[in-house]
Ligand binder design. Structure first.
Ligand code: B12
Length: 302
């Protein structure tokens, strides 16, 4: 297809949209940004409000609802995407754009790395798991994300205090944004809380391409009493800032999630506040130390 044919198609679609009142534009010679059809001076204006604002997210989109207040109450009762209306059997453009925008937030946080400045500010050095093929491999091979490389084990053994009461480690997990949103606040609370309780605080570090099960390797190399792993949770649609603190008492090879505890949904404004989460994790660590147990074993102790 040559350029003239392409322009003819674009022009006819734009005419149709203008006739339907979907766009505000001079029909003869409309254009999108710099790609101008006909009159090079003209520009296309599509009147769609930003669908990502809180106001637009909560506004019912159903045309002429039977019970407006009832619909609003129903929408307020859930985070599910209800009351979004439809265009024939399809989503409206607004719903589609909102979905795509929220999905982009999820993709971004999964695929990008944690900001190095945060790690530098907190004095965390970085080691890696056995993932060598970047985020793609990280997503496909959780088993490798649970194992430190030999080099990582050597580095950790050389640079960290051994047999600390509490060893804090940060891992990227499934959301860089979650780590960035919460670690800066939670980390000092953990450190001060551990020290105020008269316990020793191990040398903290960062693990790239990290899965929860890596706690076992940390236990094997450093022999701490309690490991606290701060890690980005699997992001939801449009929700990227949720972090967890997975914890275990004297973790070792072969331990499973039944031997671990988790403080989950750590984020400000709606989740477990990171400052409170820090204090809570210290309490759990103290309980683990007192009963020399974690996970299901700890839960069974009265
Ligand atoms: C994915 C997920 C799962 C998956 C894990 C599989 C996998 N390979 O990813 C499945 C479906 C198996 C699962 C099962 C369970 N889960 Co779950 N899970 C999640 C979810 C949605 C995301 C976790 C995440 O992002 N982890 C971070 C990534 C980087 O970790 P990962 O190494 O890839 O995966 C490990 C962890 O996800 C861990 N894990 C998952 N759930 C749980 C729960 C507990 C108590 C522990 C210690 C570990 C653990 O198992 C994976 C393998 O080691 C969270 C929701 C959330 N907001 O966090 C709930 C969540 C963590 N799960 C929860 C629960 C309760 C469970 C179950 C106990 C449910 C049940 N009654 O059977 C089981 C036990 C899990 C176990 N492994 O023994 C709760 C924990 C609440 C709490 N504070 O104790 C959460 C917060 C959901 C919720 N809001 O209720 N889970």
């Amino acid at each position: 297809m040559d350029e003239a044919q392409l322009n003819a198609i674009i022009e006819s679609v734009l005419k149709e949209l203008a006739t339907a009142g979907a766009i505000r534009a001079p029909v003869a010679g409309v254009g999108v940004g710099a790609a101008v059809v006909g009159d090079p001076g003209a520009r296309l204006h599509i009147d769609l409000p930003d669908p990502t604002t809180p106001e637009m997210r909560t506004r019912p989109q159903v045309k002429a609802p039977y019970d407006v207040d009832g619909l609003k109450a129903l929408m307020a009762s859930t985070t599910s995407r209800i009351g979004v209306g439809r265009a024939g059997p399809r989503y409206t453009t607004q719903s589609l754009l909102l979905f795509q925008s929220d999905h982009a937030v999820t993709q971004d946080t999964l695929y990008r790395d944690v900001d190095q400045r945060l790690l530098d500010d907190l004095g965390l050095f970085t080691v890696q798991t056995q993932i060598t093929g970047g985020k793609e491999e990280y997503l496909l091979r959780p088993d490798l994300g649970r194992l430190l490389t030999d080099e990582a084990k050597r580095t950790v053994a050389e640079r960290c205090v051994k047999s600390a009461n509490v060893q804090v480690v940060v891992g990227d997990g499934l959301s860089a944004a979650a780590v960035e949103a919460n670690v800066r606040q939670m980390f000092p609370v953990l450190k001060q809380g551990v020290q105020a309780a008269g316990l020793t605080f191990g040398t903290p570090f960062f693990i790239q391409y990290c899965r929860v099960g890596v706690i076992n390797d940390i236990g094997e190399v450093l022999k701490p009493d309690v490991v606290i792993l701060l890690i980005g949770e699997r992001p939801g649609l449009g929700r990227a800032e949720s972090m967890s603190a997975y914890m275990a008492y004297r973790p070792k090879t072969g331990d499973t999630d039944a031997d671990r505890d988790v403080v989950c949904n750590i984020f400000e404004n709606g989740g477990t506040n990171p400052l409170e989460a820090g204090a809570f994790a210290v309490q759990i660590a103290q309980r683990m130390l007192k009963h020399q147990a974690s996970g299901v074993k700890l839960k069974l102790i009265k």
